[in-house]
Every structure is written in structure tokens, then in C-alpha cells.
Design a protein around this ligand. Structure first.
Ligand code: HEM
Length: 415
């Protein structure tokens, strides 16, 4: 291998996101990996890693690789249609993930459901729930932000966004957070099977909600009503597309939000206090601040997975069919070639391009909602507790496969 020829240590010795050293400080490992070249073979994961932004952006934009989990060489067998449960029907049959053309159609026709007006309406619905959460918290001397606030936010946002009535909340709560694991390449078959069963239960509830809504179409400004209107106008967009999309929202919007909540609070409390007011000056100011929070924290471990759809040449390497390719935009986050004074936390830093929500056809659907719900929660936190501070340096959780997260985040309210 190239390493032996150049007398370099094996890549896994310089880069191991599951190591304690990475949890303590991922930056040296990220920089060292990027130095190995634009595309690097990572033996422990049997995957190629794309390290440079220009290549990652080209990959995002052109989509030469597949986003379909079932194209992965180690994925469970893609079952034939007569063996599908609802989970496979949603994820294979009408997938946002599988078919390029259909994906683009879904993104095009559903764009109005993510317009500013809809996000504004959703914010108005989430606001009282967030306030209620803080009311229930009261004024403790110390509390765990992760358990008391952050862990509730994804559920609140998604149920409100989609328009799942409260009577279904206890039932769907149990399955909504766990089933995202169904696509996680790093978990065991047993865990994936249990996640698959959770998905099927979630789909049953979603179908019930859709049926009820069809029975009494109103002018509700949630996502489901908007999607049902879109369905009525577009013959190629049907009920299973709606189900897939809702599952994708839950899948992509839960863990990401939980991670973002923790790092936003941590970053703002760990740095100069004047950054807090600048970050929360307006939703737009926060949208930029959030890019800086994300850059400064380097919370990612894996990056974004793609799979070779067939044997192919890619960036000068031969890819075998099914091999995983991981794009790691976070490797750039402390690289002075991309950012001046990368050690400095500056919520007014200019990001051009801004890529934390991806780029191109698969740009994050939930980006506006994610930024808005974070803005809302943080504004409430600092309004209630202007003198809040970290009660201790939080311990990182070594068991999370995807991201550097905290076991808990204890805050001292000083109220
Ligand atoms: C801070 C939070 C979030 C971050 C950093 C984030 C980031 C991203 C990124 C980078 C992608 C592209 C992934 C890829 O290329 O493989 C993506 C896709 C996606 N995100 Fe987000 N996201 C966040 C929150 C959300 C939320 C709250 C929702 C839904 C309510 C959501 C829904 C989606 C969906 C459905 C996709 C797939 C889009 C497609 O394939 O067309 N995300 N997100």
C-alpha cells in the first residue's frame, strides 16, 4: 500500500473516531487524515474516505455514487417485493433514497412544504411546547440540559411539524427516536431488526393519521396538509411518498437536532459571553452562528455515506460494487486553508459556501426548521437564565457511533 511505500503508519493509527483521543480532541486526527490525500482507504470500516471539500461538493452535486443503504456490500439482502413489510415498502419501493429521478421529483414538488411561511407556522406551534418544557423545569439550581430539554425537542418539533395529533404521542414516542438506527451501517443485525420493527409501528401510526386527515381535510398549515394538497395535484406523488418523507424527516431530524442542541449550548457557554447576544440577535444571525458552533465543535465521527452502484473508477481509485465511500466535510473545520484563525470562536465568521446542511440535490430538507427550533430553544434558555453557566466540564459519551456527544450537560442557572 501507499503507506508502506512512504513509511507512513496505517491510517487507523492516526485516525480513530472511536478512540478516547478523538473524543478529547478530534482536530489533530482530522487534520492528519486529510493530509493523507483526497481519497483514503480506511481498513476498519472497509470504506473509502473523501477528505477535501471540492471533491465532496462535486460528489454532492453530481451524485456519481448511490445513497441507497441497500446498495452497501454489507447491507441486509434487498428483499423482493412480495416479502416487503411496510418498512421496505417505504424505504425501497418509494424511496427518497433509491431512485435519482424520483428523488428529484419529490424534492421539486414538496419544496412548498418547506417554504418560509410553513416554517413560520410550525415555529408558532412549537413555541408553546418549548415554553411548557421550561415551565415544567422551573428554576432549579442545577439541571441536565440534555435530559430535561434537548431530548424532548426533536419529538416536539417533528410531531408538530408533521401534524401528528397529541392522542398518538405516547404511542409514537416509543418508536420515533429508535428507528433511525435501521439505516445505521455500524449497528448489529439484532439492533437493526428491532429498529425495523419500530419503523413498522411508526408507519402504522402515520397511516392512521393520514387516513384521519383525509376524512376531514381542513386548512391546517402543517406539513401533512401541505403534502396531501401536493399529492392531489401531482399524480406521480402518492401516499407512500408522503410516508417515506415523514420517516425521512424523523430519521434525519432526530439525532441531528439532539447533537445540535447540546453543542449549541456548550459552545455558547464555553466561549466569550458577548458571543451569546450576537448569536441570538435574530434568526438570521443565529443561522450563521450555528455554522460556527458546528465548525468549532467538530462533533461528527462518520460523515455522510455513499455506496458504489457498480464497479467503477472514482477519483483515481477502483471502487468495487457496493463499497462504502464516506464524505467527511468536518475534516476541514480547523484547517487554516479554509478558515482564518480556526481556533477562534466567532459567530460572525463568514461561511462561503455554507455546507453544514449539505449541498446540491440532497441539501437538508429540514435546514430552516432545524435552525429555527434551535434559535427558539436557546432564546428561551437565555431569557429565563441570563447568568447560566456550565456546572462542570461535561463528559463525552464513548458509545455514540455517529457523533461526539455529552453524557449529560449540567448547567448552573444562578437564578
Ligand atoms: C442541526 C440539524 C441538522 C443538520 C446539521 C442536518 C444536516 C443535513 C445534511 C448535511 C444532509 C445531507 C446528507 C447527505 O448528503 O447524505 C441532510 C439531509 C437531510 N436532512 Fe438534515 N440536518 C439537520 C436537521 C434536520 C431536520 C430537523 C430535518 C427534518 C425535520 C432534516 C431532514 C433531512 C432530510 C429528509 C434529508 C435528506 C434529504 C434528501 O436526501 O433529499 N434534517 N441534513
Amino acid at each position: 500500500m501507499a503507506e508502506a511505500a512512504q513509511n507512513l503508519p496505517p491510517v487507523q493509527e492516526i485516525f480513530d473516531p472511536h478512540s478516547q483521543a478523538y473524543l478529547n480532541d478530534p482536530v489533530p486526527q482530522c487534520l492528519a487524515l486529510a493530509e493523507r490525500g483526497p481519497i483514503v482507504w480506511y481498513e476498519p470500516w472497509q470504506a473509502w474516505i473523501v477528505t477535501r471539500m471540492e471533491d465532496i461538493m462535486a460528489c454532492w452535486k453530481e451524485e456519481p455514487l448511490s445513497s441507497d443503504f441497500y446498495d452497501w456490500e454489507f447491507a441486509p439482502r434487498r428483499p423482493p417485493a412480495d416479502e416487503w413489510s411496510n418498512f421496505e415498502r417505504a424505504m425501497i419501493g418509494h424511496s427518497l433514497l433509491a431512485d435519482h429521478d424520483h428523488h428529484r421529483l419529490v424534492r421539486r414538488v414538496t419544496a412548498p412544504a418547506f417554504s418560509r411561511n410553513v416554517v413560520d407556522a410550525i415555529q408558532a406551534k412549537i413555541e408553546p411546547d418549548v415554553r411548557r418544557l421550561f415551565d415544567e423545569l422551573g428554576t432549579p439550581a442545577v439541571f441536565d440540559y440534555k435530559a430535561e430539554i434537548a431530548e424532548h425537542i426533536p419529538f416536539i418539533s417533528i410531531t408538530r411539524m408533521v401534524g401528528i395529533p397529541e392522542k398518538y404521542w405516547p404511542e409514537i414516542k416509543q418508536v420515533i427516536m429508535t428507528f433511525t438506527a435501521a439505516w445505521n451501517p455500524t449497528i448489529s443485525d439484532e439492533e437493526r431488526e428491532s429498529a425495523r420493527q419500530d419503523s413498522n409501528r411508526a408507519i402504522d401510526i402515520i397511516r392512521k393519521v393520514i387516513n384521519e386527515r383525509r376524512g376531514r381535510p381542513g386548512n391546517e398549515d402543517d406539513f401533512l396538509s401541505t403534502l396531501l394538497k401536493i399529492e392531489a395535484q401531482n399524480p406521480e406523488f402518492e401516499e407512500w411518498d408522503i410516508i417515506t418523507l415523514i420517516l425521512a424527516l424523523i430519521g434525519a431530524g432526530s439525532d441531528t437536532t439532539l447533537v445540535a442542541q447540546q453543542w449549541s449550548v456548550y459552545a455558547l457557554l464555553k466561549n466569550d459571553r458577548d458571543q451569546i447576544a450576537k448569536a441570538l440577535a435574530s434568526p438570521d444571525a443565529f443561522a450563521n452562528a450555528f455554522c460556527e458552533i458546528n465548525r468549532w465543535g467538530v462533533s461528527s465521527k462518520m460523515g455522510f455515506a455513499r455506496y458504489a452502484p457498480h464497479d467503477m473508477e472514482f477519483m483515481g481509485q477502483h471502487l468495487r460494487k457496493g463499497v462504502m465511500v464516506l464524505m467527511m466535510p468536518h475534516l476541514k473545520d480547523y484547517n487554516p486553508a479554509y478558515y482564518d484563525n480556526p481556533e477562534q470562536f466567532d459567530v460572525e465568521r463568514v461561511f462561503d459556501p455554507e455546507v453544514m446542511f449539505g449541498y446540491g440535490p440532497r441539501y437538508c430538507i429540514g435546514a430552516s426548521l432545524a435552525k429555527r427550533q434551535l434559535y427558539l430553544t436557546l432564546t428561551e434558555l437565555f431569557r429565563r437564565f441570563p447568568d447560566i453557566e456550565l456546572a462542570e466540564e461535561p463528559e463525552k459519551d464513548p458509545d455514540d457511533h455517529n457523533a461526539v456527544v455529552f453524557k449529560k450537560l449540567l448547567l448552573k442557572t444562578n437564578a
